[in-house]
Design a protein around this ligand. Sequence first.
Ligand SMILES: C[S@@+](CC[C@H](N)C(=O)[O-])C[C@H]1O[C@@H](n2cnc3c(N)ncnc32)[C@H](O)[C@@H]1O
Length: 272
Amino acid sequence: MKSSTGALSQLDAEYSDPTALQVRIDIHRRYSEKPHDPQADVLAAINLTGAEYLADIGCGDARFLASLAAAGHQGPLVGVDTSAAMVGSADLIPGVRGILADATRMPFDDNTFDVLTARHMLYHVPEPVAALAEFRRTTKPGGTVSVVVNRPRTCPRLRELITAHAATYGIDRTDAPPYTVDADSLPPLMNEVFGTATLLRRDNALVFDSPGPLIQFAESLFTFDGIGPGNPHRSAILTDLTADIEDWFTYHPGQAWRDPKGYLVATATVPE
Ligand SMILES: C[S@@+](CC[C@H](N)C(=O)[O-])C[C@H]1O[C@@H](n2cnc3c(N)ncnc32)[C@H](O)[C@@H]1O
């Protein structure tokens, strides 16, 4: 049976509340094989003085902007997101303005920002080149645009398990929100829009030595495999998946569940 909500509205529902996003951020922080700090990689790439007018597109719970404000950034800080809850998080931070807008149609004049970041959001945009063109339009010539996306097939073992359980309830990839760009497909798009880009690839893995956090992480990914927040089979799929993951740890004593992942930071200077 197909899901009752469309793939894009599932995405809206997913981000109507920051909880699942925060679970994923926390899991990556705690269970990565090598240090995982995309925020530090973006900061190194954009090399701020603290005076810049900076926009973070798809700002999520605005923790990046909060950290900039806490570090004493003096220039204006803006968080843009399609989720009212995320924009609300940005608005709560002193010195930060939240704007409810789509990355492809932003209510800013040409050449507004000194720096624009779009971290882990471009793959949700149905037309990523339109968003990149909007990033170029709104950033000053000589300004910096930094985009982070995941490598292809992040955590394939877990995703395959989720997909298999979803399939037993008639849910397939066509029920999932589109995933439009990854670390392999982004570089040519950056070159198309900006001429060239500097690339930083981080290959890593998540490693779990007990079922609890792996199950929690799996549930936080359900929407991206078509099991959206309103799906009537969600709790049954979670029950089945939990049993499967617990069995895996029972039958593989002393072994850890390792799943490859990684991301790309692509940074460009807007041509003069
Ligand atoms: C995976 S979260 C990343 C949040 C944050 N950048 C981070 O790295 O923690 C993706 C965010 O992009 C937002 N988003 C999705 N599509 C968008 C669009 N077309 N325009 C602006 N924001 C969008 C979602 O609402 C969500 O807050």
